[in-house]
Design a binder for this molecule. Structure first.
Ligand code: SF4
Length: 448
């Protein structure tokens, strides 16, 4: 049976006032859309209604209050934002049922209030960001979404039918957001999208003016270089190995971008990749990985694989295991194939029996745990830069440049009660297990 996807909560918006307010409304809706909300054109279909108010003149205030009253009467679940947010007491007095009142340009607060009032059910099939990470408060690492949608049509995926074709954000807008995040304390930028390598294709890789002069091209390499100049760690996720990815590797060697690539290979067997309709599915990937390691020897490559895809034979699976032996990937996540409602792969012939899927899953996990353990063991005795995520009593937990939050391993530090989340410290690695490292901090610096 195909996995049913949760239906997204719907948000209605009443936007009043000047063009600035309209831009705020657009930003709020864009953020909500990328967080998985759908929009409703009427009160009846909305799970929540946002009223973005104007309080410039008395007549505008009156119009705003009328709009709030109408939304309460028609829907009942209302969040107020915008200029009238200054008059929260007046609003609450007139409309005690209003769920939240936030002020103008407090867009994180209003988005947070929507999340509280109508939470999105997380879905591993749709979300780029791990479930626990859907926080909106500033912190030392931030996800930076560079595009939405996807031009590919992988047979197991329904993202393009839900989110449409690739729409890239302007590089200057991404850089402005990144600058603000870094100014607010972000030490690590996690670049996400459905297909980071395709960034800017829809913009025809045009150039856009930069605030301080010069230009930036809407292209993964150029954007990565500019992000790297901001001084935070820059980590690239969802990269498909198109030929131009080779141009990003020197930026890793230069220290502008973290020596880390998250490439969702999903399989290695050409026959399975063909049935999956995967992009950048070319035979020379192993050679290219060797080339990347020659330029950036510390590069960590993480990937995910699906086992038990329809038609996957024992030979295909063995091909994948042999390929992994060669590729020596640093981090691997594996999934048993599951049909998702609406995916083309559901119609493919020769489904793999559940027991076979399970057996293959255990085999791939065993193989990748052994590779990971050996790779981590080789780090014992080395000194690594580690970003601290959590300080708990005398200990702390952080991540090396090879570890993305939530999905990769951790570095556990002893005698680290003096550290703060967001510190970047040098750590002497003393021990390792299959997935994590253990060590002690040597120094504390924010620009390690
Ligand atoms: S590249 Fe494939 S798996 Fe990824 S979002 Fe696009 S269609 Fe889905």
């Amino acid at each position: 049976m195909a996995t049913q996807l949760p239906s997204p909560p719907k948000v209605g918006m009443v936007s009043l006032g000047c063009p600035k307010n309209l831009v705020d409304s657009e930003r709020i809706l864009t953020k909500l859309r990328s967080d998985g909300y759908a929009m409703s054109a009427d009160y009846a279909g909305a799970d929540i209604v946002l009223v973005n108010t104007c309080g410039f003149l008395d007549s505008a205030k009156e119009e705003s209050l009328e709009a709030i009253g109408e939304a309460i009467a028609e829907n009942g679940r209302v969040i107020v934002t915008g200029c009238m947010g200054k008059e929260a007491e007046l609003i609450r007095e007139r409309f005690p049922d209003v769920l939240a009142v936030t002020g103008a340009h407090q867009y994180e607060q209003v988005v947070g209030a929507v999340h509280d009032a109508a939470p999105v059910t997380p879905s591993a099939y749709l979300d780029l960001v791990p479930e626990r990470d859907l926080k909106l408060t500033p912190r030392h690492y931030s996800y930076l979404k560079i595009s939405e949608g996807c031009n590919h049509r992988c047979s197991f995926c329904i993202i393009p039918s839900l989110r449409g074709d690739l729409v890239s954000r302007r590089p200057d807008a991404i850089l402005r957001e990144a600058e603000k995040l870094v100014a607010a304390g972000t030490k690590e930028l996690l670049v996400i999208s459905q297909d980071t390598s395709a960034y800017g294709v829809d913009l025809r890789h045009a150039s856009y003016p930069l605030k301080g002069g010069g230009e930036v091209r809407a292209h993964m390499t150029d954007l990565s270089r500019e992000l790297g100049k901001l001084g935070a760690w820059v980590r690239l996720h969802y990269v498909y190995p198109y030929p131009h990815v080779d141009q990003v590797i020197p930026l890793m060697a230069e220290g502008l971008v973290l020596p880390y690539l998250d490439i969702p290979f999903q399989h290695a067997s050409p026959a399975v990749l063909k049935r999956m309709k995967r992009p950048a599915n070319e035979a020379k990937v192993l050679e290219r990985i060797k080339g990347w390691r020659a330029i950036a020897p510390d590069i960590a490559i993480r990937s995910t694989f699906v086992v038990g895809f329809p038609g996957e034979t024992e030979e295909d699976f063995q091909y994948l295991l042999d390929w992994l032996d060669e590729a020596q990937l640093d981090r691997v996540g594996a999934f048993r194939f599951e049909p998702v409602e609406g995916a083309a792969a559901n119609a493919l012939s020769n489904p793999v029996h559940e027991e076979v899927k399970e057996e293959r899953y255990q085999r791939i996990m065993e193989k990748t745990a052994a590779i990971s353990a050996a790779k981590l063991q080789a780090k014992v005795g080395k000194t690594l830069d580690v970003i601290i995520d959590l300080v708990d009593g005398d200990g702390a937990t952080g991540r090396s440049k090879a570890d993305a939050p939530e999905i990769d391993g951790e570095v556990h530090l002893r005698d680290a009660g003096h550290l703060q989340p967001g510190d970047i410290v040098q750590v002497a690695i003393e021990d390792a297990d299959d997935h994590d490292l253990f060590g002690v901090a040597l120094s504390s610096s924010n620009d390690a």
